[in-house]
Design a protein around this ligand. Structure first.
Ligand code: ACM
Ligand code: ZN
Length: 539
């Protein structure tokens, strides 16, 4: 019998020494790796008289006090050092007894709850587990049973993509999305900032990018049906907004990786700089979805001047190790006919091969040039499968929306990979096969039910340990063609993010879908505590 099932039974038969008090339950989402009874210990009674002794980590203590207050209605006082004798308290300890940089231990006895970690990230996740264990009802006291929880994530990259290119979301909504990530122990926001339909990142050297590129005249209704709502849509993030998002995310152990998608999905850029298109335009910020044939010209040196200016400012604002440069869905029809692109192919000696046309190989050249620029600035690049397909260097990482064969191929080439298989990870696809229950979104996506998300195993069979080490983690995406409101983001992601969080965090031997379903109602009460909209179809 595995450990958490034993705990589950123990949970049922434990008779509270404190009669009717509501109890904390550490079988949260994502499931901690070990939950063991502290045999000699007695329960801790959490009340408003308790304090949080946080040493230097006042911010994490405040976030825990906020969470506990939301869950129970009472607020814990946070102090650097507990001076009141006999006061029960939650205590943070930073030391190296916990090896994993994002791991933590929670040790409960009747005098204190000690959360130990080697970094503030670990403390943060320990606090989230403690908060999620609470019964999420307004009470004066909660009995926290005497357990020892020892936990650490399976993968180092645990992400979600938010598409703010198709629809702009205000800063406060992006922050709520970041809170949702933090609640699921996720540590990376892949922020899709540019699209055919909108350029959302302020570039101070080229204000035209947001003056023109962030506005469109309307949005297609449905997919390829030729109807448009003719309602103007606009919005962009100032660099101050971006810095605020980066700061807010970092407080919650989340790295923001910006995506500037090139060379395709760039109609909004071309609307500002028509000379960067192979035909010279004119172009307008797109008001419809799909793959667009106009992409930036790889033969024009000015393309690289402008893109370097953009990446200079991106790197100023975003401190992430990785910068995402997109690379998906870039048709080569314009490059095939463009004299400048053809001259580039000639000059650089770019040739076709069995696996790619010369125009496709030109995208590889383009990607390597951008990668070199970013490498000089101390950054690594990550992009969609197409960057590998077209010949990016093996030092670039892949966001793999294809299947496990593509993951295996990429790691065998020595590339780092984030698993993003669309059939499990595209949360703009319907949650239910009964489309009467679903909002009308992306019409071509297959059903990505909760059980399917949970069943994702990111590591293909047959890899060596060295190859496995190139699998950085897992990410799910919320593409935004039809998702213009936070409420809809929450409908699409909750509770599928809960299932994803166990793919990302929980050791595979501890994963069990039935057990997850048993724990899910507790997580959904946590969503209620935060006022998040959620609905599960259990497919
Ligand atoms: C993608 O789904 N176009 C990355
Ligand atoms: Zn061209």
């Amino acid at each position: 019998m595995n450990k958490h099932i034993i705990v589950l039974i123990a949970g049922f038969i434990a008779i509270s020494a404190y009669g009717e008090l509501p109890q904390a339950d550490f079988r949260v989402v994502p499931l901690p790796n070990t939950i063991e009874k502290n045999e000699k210990g007695k329960s801790f009674i959490l009340t408003k008289e308790c304090g949080i002794e946080c040493g230097g980590d006042t911010l994490i203590a405040r976030l825990l006090a906020d969470d506990v207050e939301k869950a129970t209605g009472f607020r814990l006082e946070t102090v650097r050092k507990n001076v009141k004798k006999n006061r029960p308290y939650v205590k943070f300890e930073i030391n190296n007894s916990v090896k994993h940089p994002e791991g933590y231990e929670i040790r409960v006895n009747n005098k204190n709850i000690i959360i130990t970690a080697s970094t503030r990230a670990g403390l943060f996740y320990g606090c989230k587990t403690l908060f999620k264990s609470l019964p999420q009802i307004k009470v004066d006291s909660v009995e926290v049973p005497a357990y020892v929880i020892s936990d650490a994530p399976r993968f180092s990259y645990r992400g979600m993509l938010l598409d703010c290119g198709r629809h702009f979301f205000p800063v406060k909504d992006v922050k709520t999305f970041i809170d949702m990530l933090a609640l699921h122990n996720m540590n990376t926001l892949h922020w899709h900032l540019t699209e055919d339909q909108g350029w959302r990142f302020e570039v101070k050297k080229h204000p035209v990018l947001t003056e023109i590129g962030s506005k469109r005249r309307g949005s297609e209704i449905g997919w390829a049906v030729g109807l448009n709502d003719s309602i103007p849509h606009e919005g962009y993030y100032s660099q101050d907004d971006c810095r605020e998002i980066v700061r807010y995310a970092a407080e919650r152990n989340i790295t923001v990786i910006p995506e500037i998608d090139i060379p395709g999905h760039t109609t909004s850029l071309l609307a500002c700089f028509p000379e960067l298109g192979c035909t010279g335009g004119p172009y307008t910020v797109s008001d419809h979805w799909g793959v667009h044939e106009d992409i930036v010209c790889a033969g024009n040196d000015k393309t690289f001047e402008i893109l370097q200016d953009v990446f200079d400012e991106i790197c100023d604002v975003f401190p992430s190790e990785y910068i995402n440069i997109g690379g998906d869905e870039a048709p080569k029809t314009r490059w095939e006919k463009c004299p400048k692109c053809q001259a580039r192919i000639e000059k650089e000696g770019i040739t076709a091969s069995d696996s790619r046309t010369k125009e496709s190989a030109l995208q590889g050249w383009f990607t390597r040039k951008i990668e070199q620029y970013l490498n000089k600035k101390g950054r690594k690049v990550i992009g969609w499968n197409e960057i590998a397909e077209t010949g990016a260097s093996a030092t670039s990482a892949i966001m793999n929306r294809y299947d496990s064969v593509a993951t295996a191929n990429a790691v065998r080439e020595g590339r780092d990979v984030v698993v993003n298989t669309s059939a499990y990870c595209y949360f703009d696809y319907p949650q239910s096969s009964d489309l009467r229950l679903e909002p009308k979104l992306f019409p071509l996506g297959e059903t990505v039910g909760l059980s399917r998300v949970y069943s994702l195993e990111p590591v293909p069979d047959g890899l060596s340990e060295e190859e496995k080490s190139h699998i950085l983690g897992v990410q799910a995406n919320v593409w935004g063609e039809f998702i213009s409101k936070l409420l809809l983001v929450q409908y699409q992601t909750l509770p599928r993010m809960a299932a994803m969080s166990e793919v990302q965090w929980t050791e595979s031997g501890n994963k069990n879908y039935k057990d997850f379903l048993y724990r899910l109602p507790g997580m959904r009460k946590v969503y209620d505590t935060h006022g998040y909209f959620h609905k599960a179809h259990f497919e």
